[in-house]
Design a protein around this ligand. Structure first.
Ligand code: ZN
Length: 431
């Protein structure tokens, strides 16, 4: 398949809207839920009793969403086909007492979240987004989507060694954004955010706020064959998984399994939270699905033993300026199709039978497949795949899309790859 072939840019256009509308994990799961609602899915509450009814359902918890589609003929031990992803991206997050500053500058105190490429946040127009908790316990999303903050880089005249010794950034001292001039007043930031969200400041009893680049995603390149944008690690996969699950649920085809999408929070700091892949959320949802249909422990064990998970996350395309950092014979390219990620030391969960599952899905979808493996001299990253495999005993395959500048505030990928991934995920969920 030629890499110059243009596929469905409608999918990538829609991904761009999804990225823009999802400056925080809370926004991402709300937007995924909105798309699933349009495909007939309905939210179920974790605190209600679940029933055996067929159809599309989803659970929202913080920045995580688990959605599944129960076909009419499902038995108590029908296995699951799961696409896993994560909703969080490395960024800067607002500290509990955020109002700070010096020398007439007003600043916002932030904490670095995940493995952020710090330099990419310098001299960028930044907005502020996240979730407010109100006095009655409800949540309100807020998105100040305009140039509000900036982490200003030091002028070269005051940093003469930057070219010889490299840029040195201290997370605490050098990453605090400015957001205007004037006296530092305690409570100012939250009063401002309350105003933007249209709620009374006194009503806000908690918040989870983060900084986000306001520059919109864009096509890039001679033939617009690339896509530049924020948070593609890993909203690209969340968006593709949502589209795939909605398509499978709407197709009305015979299913011998229950298709599931699981998008977790907190992957970028190790997944250990009540909404992370290392928490009980997925296991609890799958178990309750079995029990709601009258299943026993035996049915649960049978269902999980027959289940398989594709864990989709971004991987590294070969960087033209640093090709020696990659394995010499495994060179994933932009627009070359989704990648199968292998690491025999189980930084990725893929094995030979997992490869077969993904190769089959790609073949059915008519999508080319590429292979990623690390150069032995470079430590390999990891993702939620091995955690899902170890925690639930579900056979798991790590896959994804090859990008450049992973963990930058603005990443880069092939503009056709998101659509190719979504097609492969759809074929996998169809079974
Ligand atoms: Zn990721």
């Amino acid at each position: 398949m030629s890499t110059s072939v243009r596929f469905d840019r409608g999918h990538t256009d829609d991904l761009m809207s999804f990225l823009t509308a999802s400056p925080s994990p809370y926004h991402a799961v709300a937007n995924a839920a909105g798309r699933l609602e349009k495909a007939g899915f309905r939210q179920v509450s974790e605190t209600d009793a679940w029933d055996a009814s067929a159809g599309g359902k989803y659970v929202l918890r913080g920045g995580a969403i688990i959605a599944w589609y129960v076909p009419e003929n499902a038995s108590a031990h029908t296995p699951f086909r799961i696409v896993g992803a994560h909703t969080d991206s490395p960024n800067l997050r607002v500290k509990p007492l955020p109002d700070s500053g010096s020398d007439g500058w007003r600043q916002v105190a932030v904490e670095v979240y995940g493995g952020t490429l710090l330099n990419t946040w310098l001299d960028r127009d930044l907005g502020l987004a996240g979730r407010l908790t109100l006095r009655d316990g409800s949540h309100r999303l807020v998105d100040v989507d305009r140039a509000l903050l900036r982490v200003p880089q030091l002028a070269i005249h005051l940093d003469r060694s930057v070219h010889t010794e490299g840029l040195k950034l201290d997370k605490q001292r050098h990453m605090q954004p400015v957001w205007g001039l004037g006296e530092v007043r305690e409570g100012d930031l939250i009063r401002f955010v309350a105003d933007e969200a249209g709620v009374a400041t006194d009503d806000i009893t908690g918040w989870d706020l983060m900084v986000s680049p306001v520059e919109a995603p864009s096509y890039l390149g001679r033939d617009r064959e690339l896509l530049a944008g924020p948070r593609m690690d890993n909203l690209l996969s969340v968006h593709a998984a949502t589209a795939a699950l909605a398509a499978v649920a709407s197709s009305g085809g015979e299913l011998t399994h229950i298709p599931v999408m699981a998008a977790f929070d907190h992957e970028e700091n190790g997944s250990q939270s009540d909404t992370g892949a290392d928490g009980p959320l997925l296991g609890t949802v799958l178990e309750r699905c079995v029990l709601a249909r009258g299943g026993t422990y035996e049915d649960r064990a049978r269902a999980l033993a027959g289940s398989v998970c594709l864990s989709s996350d971004t991987g590294h395309a070969v960087h033209p300026n640093y090709s020696e950092r990659h394995d010499p014979t495994h060179h994933p390219r932009a627009n070359g199709g989704p990648i199968l990620k292998v690491n025999v030391n189980m930084r990725y969960a893929t094995d030979g039978s997992g490869r077969a599952v993904f190769a089959d899905a790609c073949e059915k979808a008519g999508v080319p497949m590429q292979h990623f493996v690390s150069n032995n001299s470079m430590p390999c990253g990891t993702t939620i795949g091995p955690i899902t495999a170890a925690r639930h005993g579900i056979s798991t395959v790590d896959i994804g899309v090859a990008i450049l500048s992973m963990h930058s505030a603005r990443e880069l990928c092939g503009a056709d790859d998101p659509y190719l991934l979504a097609n492969a995920l759809t074929a996998f969920l169809e079974g």
